[in-house]
Design a protein around this ligand. Structure first.
Ligand SMILES: *Cc1c(COP(=O)(O)O)cnc(C)c1O
Length: 219
């Protein structure tokens, strides 16, 4: 199957209102162009410099989503054009995005990344940390950052019950935070190549799929 066929197969399983982020990290711009020509407009990258390089050579109606861990000193590179930062995992990062977005007279959408998986290595706020950050009210003062929802990476395991438990947990957190943020808080970003059919059962509104579209990455 080529990229177009893979994209269409995935899209046919998504109900209306579920967005597909084509995770294109480590793939060359030509492969993204192929997906673009098949109609895909949202691309996810994990490294700022790589995103900038692709932004410069690809059509400008692409929505770029930063999905990987982002260092605060790198925000400035992507702030002029990035649509969404899905991997926001600290107060310092929120503040830096606010500052850089203001500089460019923009509003940047963000997702709060919550750590729900068993593995120690996953980034993101713990539920308790996130609760206390939100309770502090600091995030209410942001005028160039729009909090659109939450994101998580489920446990990397063959044990489906563990994955389901992760998705159930993030869904609960999403529902609990909704009233605090209101209308714009509409995004539950869960589901990758291996687990997106399960994520859809838990109400995913945004899946982030790489390998199933572009094939294996060569790191
Ligand atoms: C790489 C990555 C993905 C895509 O993973 P696949 O298994 O290739 O679909 C999704 N989300 C995040 C945060 C990633 O870093």
């Amino acid at each position: 199957m080529n990229i177009k066929e893979r994209l269409n197969r995935i899209l046919s399983t998504l109900s209306e209102g579920v967005k597909l982020v084509a995770v294109s990290k480590f793939h060359p711009a030509e492969r993204l162009q192929e997906a673009y020509d098949a109609g895909q407009r949202i691309f996810g990258e994990s490294r700022p410099q790589e995103m900038v390089a692709k932004y410069e050579v690809l059509p400008h109606d692409i929505e770029w989503h930063m999905i990987g861990h982002l260092q605060t000193n790198k925000v400035k590179y992507i702030a002029p054009f990035v649509s969404m930062i899905s991997s926001v995992d600290s107060e310092r990062l929120v503040e830096e995005i606010e500052k850089q977005a203001a500089k460019h007279n923009r509003t940047i959408d963000i997702l709060l990344e919550v750590h729900v998986a068993q593995e120690e290595t996953k980034s993101g706020w713990s539920e308790e940390e996130l609760r206390s950050y939100i309770a502090s009210g600091a995030i209410n003062n942001m005028t160039h950052v729009r909090v659109r929802g939450v994101m998580t990476i489920a446990s990397n395991t063959e044990d489906e019950s563990v994955v389901r438990n992760d998705f159930a947990t993030i869904r609960r957190i999403f529902e609990e935070l909704k009233p605090h943020f209101g209308e714009a808080f509409d995004t539950l970003s869960i589901g990758m190549s291996d687990d997106y059919p399960i994520a859809l059962e838990y109400g995913s509104t945004m899946v982030r799929i790489g390998t199933a579209i572009f094939g294996q990455r060569e790191y």
